[in-house]
Design a binder for this molecule. Sequence first.
Ligand code: ATP
Length: 264
Amino acid sequence: MKDMRMESRVQSAVNKIEARKVQVYYGENHAIKDVDVNIPDKAVTAFIGPSGCGKSTFLRCLNRMNDTIPVCRVEGLIQLEGEDIYDKRVDPVQLRAKVGMVFQKPNPFPKSIYDNVAYGPRIHGLTRNKAELDEVVESCLKKAALWNEVKDRLHAPGTGLSGGQQQRLCIARAIATGPEVLLMDEPCSALDPIATAQVEELIDELRSAFSVVIVTHSMQQAARVSQHTAFFHLGHLVEYGETGQIFTNPQDPRTESYITGRIG
Ligand SMILES: Nc1ncnc2c1ncn2[C@@H]1O[C@H](COP(=O)(O)OP(=O)(O)OP(=O)(O)O)[C@@H](O)[C@H]1O
């Protein structure tokens, strides 16, 4: 009874992304097997699981980053607000403006702080003049909780910032194209505990405006930042539910083994 209530709460959230029967192959390697999942809007969903289980591969399906890997083949259906993102008419560059991504290692462009954030709005023609672009840059740096630290040196190189600041700059850059979904692949793994705490706080703020999906190796981090958790194992999505339920009352023995440290 209790489980059915949990299930219906997860399903009743508004879904931003719905994936059905997703398979991913790298040549002969069947890396993602029959994955069905609904990613809710205005919430953080964590992907957890042992190394090599397919978390990053599945995350990259959600903005077609796997298209850039020649041996990779994706099958099944992934819809963003009801639209098939693998439809031939979808331009992957436009899709990635709607489904932004932040990587493990902060990777600012070798450009100024300002130009890093202005890059997306410029290439997508999102602003009409310099004043509008200035506004977008300022508001994104504020949303990324970086503005106060950089407002006096916007034209200094982004690569001159600390690791944690660089990651927040990459988040500002990702949100500058007005995305609806933010994918984060272990965004704190290269950061110290203080910078990690700042980025986690930021993720919590971002969920009021975005659907956030985060891959993390840290179960503590998943428990701190997410409302929903998906546990992957050997390419399967074994269990998906509310984060509290996954960590306190997992339904599948493989999930229980992982969260109690017996597999991983
Ligand atoms: N670019 C690639 N080319 C070929 N095979 C790949 C590639 N990326 C991942 N794989 C394979 O796909 C499977 C899943 O890997 P993936 O990186 O998605 O797992 P993961 O759960 O994110 O792992 P980790 O936690 O170690 O980052 C593995 O068998 C891996 O070797």
